[in-house]
Design a protein around this ligand. Structure first.
Ligand code: A2P
Length: 346
């Protein structure tokens, strides 16, 4: 008999939560009952789960006892307050916010890279990495294992969906406004995003980097289990709806040629190599990543300026692999380890 889990999605009306619901249905996750949770303002509304409609419940008044697995994507303050309550009630929490990511007793898991870490969860919480780190890991992990990565230089080109539903609405609204010669009026973003780029995501840190950039440093070191890897990031928001891109330069201990990298990455789980030297022979957010599961990699070439340098272009759907898909893949690891459903335990 298949195991039937009570699964809660916290933030079910959001861009990531909605995709979590569709991926759980798509991948036929062994759901016995699904609870869709959001704020009081959405309670009573409906969300889709496969061909069912679920009534959204208010997180603040919901009793978590009985929940087996809770997928959180409702922002850091919601995770901070409610994730420990769900964990205390016996649920395993898979949290998409940055609240617990850097705590030593919370594993930070990319399903293809360090799945074994998901078992080591003393607080009942597993953290899902930030989208820009997430897509980089399935590409860098196999290279690091065989060639030893010393340094990563990365510039990101991050789509607005990473900022949630209101950010997508702002790009749409500003684009329409500008095309009809009206004022684009920024509100979610600090400056106009339509027909523009913004080299600022999340808060500035004392060292001049933004928190989004520091997430790439902290999370790469934690996931690859190597604090000696040097990471130098620049994170940029671009007027693309779905799909983050990254121009990546790595320096390895042992030289890796482009051919060796292609061969290695063709075998890497969750990675697809798209690397032809012709127009369109490379991945882009719209032509490849949007709505798809894999991380796409192309433009693989030797760094002309460094004897052990390699350049890569890495693109993925930030809402799917960058957030919702990996959270569901972590939930699948729990099923694979034989997490007993609470209903079966009582
Ligand atoms: P709501 O729709 O009720 O605001 P996004 O990142 O796409 O903006 O989505 C954020 C998600 O987090 C939404 O589902 C949102 O629900 C939910 N959320 C935000 N604040 C709270 C809160 N205080 N309690 C519960 N859910 C929240």
């Amino acid at each position: 008999m298949s195991k039937q889990y009570k699964v809660a999605v916290v933030g079910a009306t959001g861009a990531v939560g909605e995709t979590m619901l569709s991926i759980l249905a798509e991948r036929d996750f062994p759901v016995g009952e699904l609870v869709a949770l959001a704020s009081e303002r959405s309670a009573g509304g409906k969300v889709e789960f496969g061909d069912e409609e679920l009534v959204v419940q208010d997180l603040a008044t919901f009793d978590p006892s009985g929940v087996d697995i809770a997928l959180f994507s409702a922002g850091g303050s919601v995770s901070k307050e409610y994730a420990p309550k769900f964990a205390a009630a016996g649920a395993v929490v898979i949290d998409n916010s940055s609240t617990f990511r850097y705590d030593d007793d919370v594993p930070l898991v990319v399903s293809e890279v360090n799945p074994e870490q998901a078992r080591n969860r003393p607080r009942g919480i597993i953290a899902n990495p930030n989208c820009s780190t997430m897509q980089l890991m399935p590409v860098l992990a196999p290279i690091h294992k065989l060639y030893g990565i010393e340094r990563v230089n990365v510039a990101t080109y991050q789509s607005v969906s990473g900022g949630g539903r209101s950010a997508m609405e702002e790009l749409g609204r500003q684009t329409a406004a500008l095309l009809s010669f009206q004022d684009p009026a920024p509100s979610k973003f600090p400056v106009q995003i339509a027909f523009n780029l913004i080299p600022h995501i999340d808060e500035f840190q004392p060292n001049g980097y933004t928190k989004e950039e520091m997430k790439l440093v902290w999370e790469t070191q934690k996931i690859l289990g190597d604090a000696s890897i040097q990471v130098n990031p620049t994170a940029v928001r671009v007027p693309v709806f779905f799909g983050h891109s990254e121009a990546v330069n790595i320096e390895t201990k042992k030289k890796i040629t482009p051919d060796e990298a292609r061969t290695l990455l063709r075998k890497a789980p969750g990675v697809e190599v798209v690397d032809e030297h012709k127009a369109g022979g490379y991945p882009t957010p719209v032509t490849h990543a949007s709505g798809k599961d894999p991380v796409f990699v192309g433009r693989i070439r030797e760094d002309l300026s460094h004897p052990r340098g390699l350049n890569l272009w890495v693109v993925a759907d930030n809402i799917r692999k960058g957030a919702a898909l990996n959270a569901v893949q972590i939930a699948e690891l729990l099923v694979a380890e034989g997490l007993p459903p609470k209903a079966a335990r009582s």
